[in-house]
Write a protein that binds this ligand. Structure first.
Ligand code: TRP
Length: 453
């Protein structure tokens, strides 16, 4: 396969490095913030079971399809499609993916900034004397104010850019190798603390005993949307990271391990949060404020809660950073290859654009709340367009491209590294079926539901 650019490409050093970088991208605010509150809003265990089924039947196949595109082409989002299907218009999907990442990073960096602010508050033991009402007021006063969120958005995006400027092996891989195991240990520690609280069993039941009467069509939509978001699908991330993976790596096992790691982290986050929520008699359906309001409230009442608050918000920041660097890398890799510019320049230019868009997102919580498009403020609009529109389109193009355009032979060739790895036929056949039929059908159904809402 011809390399899409003539400059020497950076690559990951070890397969452990690839795994932690991919898992780092997947494990993020989606696991620590979005997953727990969706579980809370959608009735607990039943949602989790549906979510797991979607990860297995749709998430992993799309992840592998993106891996095939990236590793086979060794190119960034747009050029990857172009290299595998020269002369076609598939590259447009790559451009949409880059746009998608631009929108995601703009609001992700704002929420990451909230995380930084709350870490600072945790260090000052600010939560220790606050009740739920004052924590609610604290959060809304902070997130709707003008300057502090902008400052912290800048800090968060600055850290993200600082890592990505170091490149794939020396920036992204190095950072993830140290931080992902640390994140894992912290979350396990918090989960153990939460599970040993008096009254924690109700939370465990809620997480693991399904109540099917709570399931509606909305549950399925939320679960599939979450699978896409949490596995970072449909947005060029796996294509871009896959393009840095060596030709002798086993991408089937890397892809599966990534999905398993992401799911394990989501479940650990559930175990860290839900038992404590129940032990303190709080309703699990608090929504997006769960992490910034409910949890500090719980920390304020827990023995050693001040320390746990510091650990939790530190973990949140780490998880958000390893994801944000992957989103930024998609855009940076695109700019480097399309415009033939150096990494430092690409990171600086992209930083400026995202910083400005992020400022709009942040201000749309307060002074710009009246700027509405399609009835949504800028923050919600970016969230909606990326997670509900562009990622679905991206996912659809990827499954059709690999399932129908590349087809069985190329798929098998890439997954087995040209025949050197063994893969049973049933695996390839099942994967092909899922990519050709089940995944596109599921994506289309979701899209139709969304339009008719
Ligand atoms: N998966 C990340 C999370 O759960 C978010 C994320 C990282 C992402 N890269 C992405 C989402 C690319 C969409 C597209 O927080």
């Amino acid at each position: 396969m011809k390399n899409a650019s003539n400059t020497a490409r950076d690559s990951f050093g070890s397969s452990f490095g690839v795994l932690v970088a991919l898992a780092g991208s997947a494990v993020g605010l989606g696991n620590l913030w979005r997953f727990p509150y969706l579980v809370g809003q959608n009735g607990g265990a039943a949602f989790i079971i549906i979510y797991l089924a979607f990860v297995l039947l749709i998430g992993i196949p799309i992840l592998l399809a993106e891996f095939i595109i990236g590793r086979r082409s060794q190119a960034s989002a747009r050029a990857a499609f172009q290299a595998l299907a020269p002369g076609g218009h598939w590259g447009i999907a790559g451009v949409l993916a880059v746009l998608c990442c631009t929108l995601i990073l703009s609001f992700y960096s704002v929420v990451g900034g909230w995380g930084v602010e709350y870490l600072v508050k945790a260090f000052r033991f600010d939560f220790s004397s606050m009740d739920n009402e004052s924590l609610k007021n604290l959060f809304s006063a902070f997130s709707t104010s003008t300057w502090r969120p902008l400052l912290y958005h800048t800090v968060f995006l600055g850290m993200t850019a600082g890592i990505v400027i170091g490149g794939v092996k020396n920036g992204i891989e190095k950072f993830s190798k140290v931080m992902m195991p640390l994140l894992f240990l912290i979350m396990i520690g918090i989960a153990i603390r939460s599970l040993t609280l008096p009254g924690a069993e109700a939370g465990v039941d809620y997480l693991f005993k399904p109540d099917w009467s709570k399931v509606t069509s909305g549950t399925f939509l939320a679960a599939l949307g979450q699978a896409f978001f949490s596995l970072s699908l449909g947005s060029g991330m796996v294509i871009t990271y896959g393009s840095y993976v060596k030709k002798d790596a086993n991408i089937v096992s890397l892809g599966t391990q990534t999905a398993v790691a992401d799911t394990v982290f989501a479940l650990i986050a559930g175990c860290a949060i839900m038992p404590a929520v129940f032990a303190f008699g709080i309703s699990p359906g608090e929504g997006p404020g769960l992490v910034f309001i409910t949890l500090p409230h719980i920390f304020s009442q827990l023995p050693l809660g001040g320390v746990i608050a510091i650990l939790f918000f530190f973990a949140l920041l780490l998880a958000a950073l390893t994801s944000a660097i992957s989103v930024l890398e998609v855009i940076v890799a695109f700019c480097m290859e399309e415009f033939k510019i150096k990494r430092g320049l690409a990171v600086s230019l992209v930083f400026l654009v995202i910083w400005a868009l992020g400022c709009l997102c942040s201000l749309s919580q307060g002074v710009l709340a009246d700027w509405k498009v399609l009835g949504k403020n800028i923050f919600d609009l970016f969230d909606y367009l990326s997670a509900n529109v562009l990622m679905l389109i991206g996912g659809l193009v990827v499954v059709v491209f690999v399932g129908w355009k590349l087809g069985r032979k190329q798929m098998r060739d890439e997954l087995t590294n040209g025949g050197t790895l063994r893969l049973p036929n049933w695996f390839i056949d099942t994967l092909l079926f899922l990519l050709r039929f089940l995944a596109p059908a599921a994506i289309l159904i979701i899209a139709i539901f969304q339009v008719s809402e």
